[in-house]
Design a protein around this ligand. Structure first.
Ligand code: HEM
Ligand code: HEM
Length: 347
């Protein structure tokens, strides 16, 4: 009997595989287009922040400038390294005074498309977000006043702020610092094979990636991870069906509860955007899971109440790998030189 059951299961598995292999790419695309959107081919417009070449250039300099931190050691790029997927590949980030922060660093690539920023969505947009790390004690540990004093001490920066904010009487401000960084981040877009597929190229995805895409939609992953960033659009309990153990979901981080103070928001997090996910291990806000296959299997049990078969996990991972995009060419900027009045780094 057991043998019969095993062979029935094997046939079912074969049938699923054969069904998946026979998928018509055009039908698959049509289904996918209802859930996902390709990245635009130009820099997106950003609410309340007209994007100009001058702002982008200034924002890039600020993004790479470690003097924006109190110690003079940490730049945005320290934890969002544009050469390694836009994150730091650490469990949780290391910042000021070698302190370990509480959460894993998400990628800045395509972050402009997220509904709100941070794992718990506590910053409305990128300009609100950019003011956070500079002041966070475990990150850059600086103050807005000190950032402005540092910037004003370097004539080249003053010129760049004037060019980026031509109408402003006093352009070197912390608000404008954040606006310029937001403008630069809006350019950090990574078109991927999945976009080419959505745009009509059948061959952009391997057969495995197409089967994985079908599974991603059929199993219900796309009910939370959809839209332009394949996630980043809504909030859900991590452990909707089965709460992962404290080794993956530490009990002290209650996610959106800290933002809304509503009991229903305990352990609620933003459904993570999945573009470039193959580059951004370790996974989850805790950074406790190093393998993408393991992360997918955890999502199966935690969010769908389903133990995913090994083959299904492999196919879903093949799809997720098709979300790895072409990183923008970013030339490392030469930064303005310090002067005698530039504040000295603090320890
Ligand atoms: C989150 C940008 C500096 C570590 C984020 C996000 C963005 C960002 C856009 C949200 C991404 C998302 O929600 O998907 C910046 C900029 C920085 C900067 C522009 C410089 C001004 C740093 C530094 C560190 C760091 C220096 C490490 C010491 C993190 C962490 C998170 C985060 C851990 C997630 C925090 C949470 O969700 O509570 N950053 N970042 N960032 N960044 Fe940064
Ligand atoms: C996180 C994939 C289903 C909500 C993640 C991550 C992956 C993933 C790889 C880690 C992202 C990162 O570390 O940057 C999948 C797959 C699914 C699935 C393959 C289907 C098998 C779902 C569903 C929901 C959901 C159905 C909502 C009910 C979330 C949330 C997070 C997340 C809230 C963030 C968790 C955290 O705070 O660390 N997903 N997911 N996912 N997913 Fe899913």
């Amino acid at each position: 009997m057991k043998k019969l059951m095993t062979s029935v299961a094997a046939c079912l598995l074969l049938a699923t595989t054969a069904y998946a292999a026979d998928l018509n790419p055009a039908e698959l695309r049509q289904q996918a287009q209802e859930l996902f959107k390709p990245l635009p081919s130009t820099v997106p417009a950003v609410k309340g922040n007209k994007i100009t070449a001058e702002k982008i250039a200034l924002g890039k300099a600020l993004f790479f400038d470690p003097r924006m931190s109190a110690s003079g050691v940490f730049s945005c790029n320290s934890c969002h390294n544009l050469a390694t997927g836009g994150d730091d590949n650490l469990e949780t980030s290391i910042g000021h005074g070698w302190q370990k922060g509480p959460r894993n660093s998400p990628t800045v690539f395509n972050a402009v498309f997220n509904i709100a920023q941070f794992w718990d969505g506590r910053a409305e947009d990128l300009k609100a977000q950019a003011k956070g790390p500079v002041q966070a004690g475990v990150e850059m540990a600086n103050t807005p006043g000190q950032v402005v004093a540092t910037l004003k001490s370097m004539p080249r920066y003053v010129e760049w702020f004037k060019a980026a904010f031509p109408g402003d009487a006093d352009p070197v401000t912390f608000d404008n610092f954040a606006m310029a960084i937001e403008a630069f981040e809006a350019t950090l877009i990574t078109p991927a094979p999945f976009d080419s597929f959505l745009n009509g190229d059948d061959d952009a995805l391997t057969a495995e990636a197409r089967q994985g895409l079908q599974l991603f939609m059929d199993k219900g992953c796309a009910s939370c991870h959809a839209g332009i960033n394949v996630g980043g659009e809504g909030y859900y309990p991590f452990g909707l069906i089965e709460k992962p153990g404290a080794d993956v979901l530490p009990e002290n981080d209650k996610g959106r509860f800290a933002v809304t103070n509503t009991a229903d928001d305990s352990y609620v997090f933003r459904a993570a955007p999945l573009r470039n996910i193959a580059l951004t291990a370790p996974y989850f806000h805790s950074g406790k899971v190093w393998g993408l296959k393991q992360a997918v299997a955890i999502m199966g049990t935690a969010q769908l109440g389903e133990k995913l078969e090994g083959n299904d996990v492999d196919l879903i991972v093949a799809f997720l790998e098709s979300l790895t995009g072409r990183a923008p060419d970013v030339t490392y900027p030469v930064l303005p030189a310090e002067t005698a009045t530039t504040p000295k780094p603090a320890s």
